[in-house]
Design a protein around this ligand. Structure first.
Ligand SMILES: CCCCC/C=C\C/C=C\C/C=C\C/C=C\C/C=C\CCCCC(=O)SCCNC(=O)CCNC(=O)[C@H](O)C(C)(C)COP(=O)(O)OP(=O)(O)OC[C@H]1O[C@@H](n2cnc3c(N)ncnc32)[C@H](O)[C@@H]1OP(=O)(O)O
Ligand SMILES: Cc1cc2nc3c(=O)[nH]c(=O)nc-3n(C[C@H](O)[C@H](O)[C@H](O)COP(=O)(O)OP(=O)(O)OC[C@H]3O[C@@H](n4cnc5c(N)ncnc54)[C@H](O)[C@@H]3O)c2cc1C
Length: 647
């Protein structure tokens, strides 16, 4: 590949961008100094020859991939320790390196230590007493032990009250006896459980004095700390009394049970991970849209005008309509994720002082935001793959693997439909409160105002769109509530009525979440615009408008059903969408440059900063061991005899 050449199209794109991409980078990182720190950190990891790929891991066997990942995870851990020793690694850096964008670039096929950091340690922090934290956290931070989070069983993942593993307290020995007596009670899915972890937080049904007290977390040793040989299986495994994490519910030594202030505090780690997922989903989407946008600026094909040269595919308006909403969705999820992270931290500190009032609202928002961000990011990444035509299908484009990682988010940490139904429970209660004139929590306040006014004359503004989306959400909430109650009035019991109404309940929950995202995104941009250059402010505003208009237009049916919008208004919205695509077009490459994603993290010949797409693609396929010899052995072994036998 010619050294230091920059693709001419990308050069031109960069010249025509109306703002300085560096300003966007600093904004997203939280300041120039933070950008510099991040870049240094990335360099520290990515320039390490032991961490850089010699050959793509696609060509390794399953076993080799695992061993490769463990080796790299250990190198990463040692490097994090070095940073910590220099006072350069805070919690956020830890997250970024062990998971997140940087981590997933280094550990492309997954991080064997991921669950240790994202669930094992947070569970001990959230569910352990001070003494238990003192005992386990430092061991875990220093990797003297490796943990995982073993909740899901072969038979139950969603319905955790149905878990079959039991932990029965024996006051005679002051021990718990753990049992997974059936095939369906086998712990199944926990990350790192197979070969990496030697400890786990095991979620089991607590029995004491003959009474079942529901699910609780226990620390269980899985493997010998020296030999790593597995401990005997889950049949009558005895663990000491203080291995039950007892910050919330507890068993006293005599076997009496002390209830937690809320049984749902046991579910705290799941809320934490759902919050993290919103941010992660956004980051994966921005990587995919960076790849697809740069590629679309470099790729020329077909004609807009027969008389003109083949255009950049980014000039097709349909291509813009595929990609620019994904750019905007990144920002929408980024700001909603940041908002949720703040709320999570505030509510968590309230919980520490015994205040539980805001837990239901946090749970309702974390559930729907996790569901919508995972689904939208997955769909957005798939759209980016499709937007790259055949080359997007190649595994070296990084788009298929990115989609694979994000589509898993739809299922883990609470399957999306199930989580949307959790939010719907909250919304049904909120609507009843609204009807009864009871106070509403901030995220559902809009129900009151929407109930008072059904209409609202179209004007070309995001606040009008927010009001329309809230109207749709309130309409769907009201419809689901009414239909469910009609069934109950007709004699259907409430559980069956819930199930029979669940399609509408899920739709209500999604609509509520989308309205929340648009409003949060808009408020965030309103706050940012005065502090940035006029050019960047304009670009950020256009993206926010695009997200709002596009989201509303995707719900035309709902808009017609729940508001007094006219077909003329819809035409205006369509025109506005097209104007925004045209306005964003000159800045598209500048925006993805502003994400400042290192080429090694992009890891795609289609999306590198220099735009040398074809040269990089060629270099990539040359790495395949299949292409090392001109004739593969299978020709002599199978094809040739077959060809001969036909002659
Ligand atoms: C220490 C810091 C470390 C920093 C991090 C450092 C490094 C990190 C390294 C890397 C990270 C980087 C990236 C990580 C990104 C992604 C994560 C990667 C991997 C994750 C792998 C996934 C792991 C898993 O999947 S673990 C298993 C998860 N399982 C689930 O989620 C199960 C889903 N099911 C449930 O949650 C529940 O069963 C349920 C569906 C909610 C139903 O529960 P149930 O008890 O039946 O409740 P019910 O419906 O009857 O409702 C009762 C009542 O309770 C309320 N409720 C329910 N849940 C909660 C909750 N969580 N909180 C509060 N309240 C809750 C519910 O609304 C009801 O209320 P009401 O009666 O209506 O009032
Ligand atoms: C990549 C990956 C990593 C994972 N890591 C871990 C881990 O580290 N630790 C751990 O403990 N677990 C882990 N899991 C398990 C994960 O949390 C569960 O798979 C997830 O919670 C979904 O549960 P399930 O598999 O039982 O799905 P199911 O509940 O069986 O879902 C199947 C279908 O049933 C529907 N359904 C189920 N219940 C309802 C309902 N009440 N109402 C309406 N529809 C319903 C769902 O919507 C879905 O369509 C992981 C899973 C994956 C895929």
């Amino acid at each position: 590949m010619p050294a230091n050449t920059m693709n001419e199209d990308l050069k031109r794109e960069r010249q025509r961008c109306s703002f300085d991409p560096k300003e966007l980078t600093y904004l997203l990182d939280g300041g120039e100094e933070k950008t510099e720190e991040r870049r240094q950190r990335e360099k520290f990891f990515l320039d390490d020859p032991e961490l850089s790929e010699t050959a793509p891991s696609d060509y390794l066997s399953h076993k080799e991939k695992y061993e490769h990942a463990v080796k790299k995870a250990c190198i990463v851990f040692k490097k994090v320790q070095q940073l910590q020793a220099q006072g350069k690694a805070g919690m956020q850096n830890f997250r970024e390196v062990l998971g997140g964008q940087l981590g997933s670039a280094i550990l492309r096929d997954g991080n064997p230590l991921g669950l240790h950091y994202v669930m094992f340690i947070p569970t001990i922090m959230g569910q352990g007493t001070i003494e238990q934290q003192a005992e386990w956290i430092s061991k875990a931070w220093n990797l003297e032990i490796i943990g995982t989070y073993a909740q899901t069983e072969l038979g139950h993942g969603t319905f955790i009250r149905g878990l079959e593993t039991t932990a029965t307290y024996d006051p005679a020995t002051e021990e718990f006896v753990l049992n997974s007596p059936t095939l369906t009670s086998y712990k199944w899915w926990p990350g790192g459980l197979g070969h990496t972890a030697n400890y786990a937080v095991v979620v089991a049904q607590l029995y004491s004095q003959g009474i079942c007290h529901g699910i609780h977390p226990f620390i269980v040793q899985l493997r010998d700390e020296e030999t790593h040989l597995p401990m005997p299986g889950f049949e009558n495994v005895r663990i000491p009394w203080n291995y039950m994490l007892m910050k919330n519910g507890k068993v006293l030594k005599d076997g009496s049970y002390v209830k937690s202030p809320s049984s749902k505090l046991t579910y705290g780690t799941m809320i934490f991970v759902r919050v993290v997922i919103v941010q992660d989903a956004a980051n994966y989407l921005r990587k995919a849209v960076t790849i697809a946008t740069r590629y679309s600026a470099v790729r020329h094909q077909s004609h807009i005008k027969e008389s003109a040269p083949e255009p950049q595919i980014l000039d097709f308006v349909t291509q813009q309509h595929k990609l620019f909403p994904q750019l905007a969705t990144y920002f929408a999820l980024h700001y909603s994720g940041a908002w949720l992270w703040d709320m999570y931290n505030n509510v968590t500190s309230e919980l520490e002082s015994g205040e539980l009032d805001r837990l239901p609202e946090l749970h309702a928002l974390a559930c729907c935001l996790k569901a919508v961000s995972a689904a939208d990011a997955a769909q957005g990444i798939e759209t980016c793959r499709l937007a790259c035509g055949g080359h997007g299908y190649m595994s070296c484009s990084s788009l298929p693997i990115t989609y694979g990682l994000v589509t898993a988010m739809v299922t883990y940490e609470g399957e999306n439909t199930v989580l949307l139904l959790q939010t719907a429970r909250y919304l049904m209660k909120a609507w009843q409160n609204c009807l009864d004139g009871q106070p509403l929590t901030p995220s559902v306040q809009y129900l009151n105002s929407v109930r008072r006014s059904f209409g609202g004359v179209y004007h070309k503004s995001v606040p009008w769109i927010i009001a329309s989306m809230q109207r749709i959400a309130a309409g769907k909430i009201e419809t689901a509530h009414r239909h469910m109650n009609d069934k109950i009035k007709r004699g259907v019991n409430s559980e069956d009525a819930w199930n029979e109404t669940s399609i509408e309940l899920v739709a209500a929950s999604e609509a509520h979440c989308k309205a929340f995202i648009v409003e949060t995104y808009y408020n965030s941009v309103q706050q940012i615009v005065p502090s940035v250059s006029q050019q960047l402010g304009k670009a950020l505003t256009e993206l926010c408008e695009l997200y709002a208009v596009n989201t509303l237009l995707k719900n035309i049916g709902d808009l017609l059903r729940y508001s007094n919008v006219t077909t003329g208004d819809l035409e205006n919205l369509q025109r506005w969408l097209e104007e925004l695509l045209a306005a964003i077009r000159p800045n598209a490459v500048g925006i993805v440059d502003g994400f400042d994603i290192n080429d090694a993290i992009i890891a795609s010949p289609l999306g590198a900063y220099d735009g040398n797409v074809y040269e990089r693609l060629f270099a990539e396929v040359s790495k395949s061991p299949l292409n090392a010899k001109p004739v593969n052995e299978s020709f002599h072994k199978y094809l040739k005899p077959l060809l001969k036998s036909k002659m």
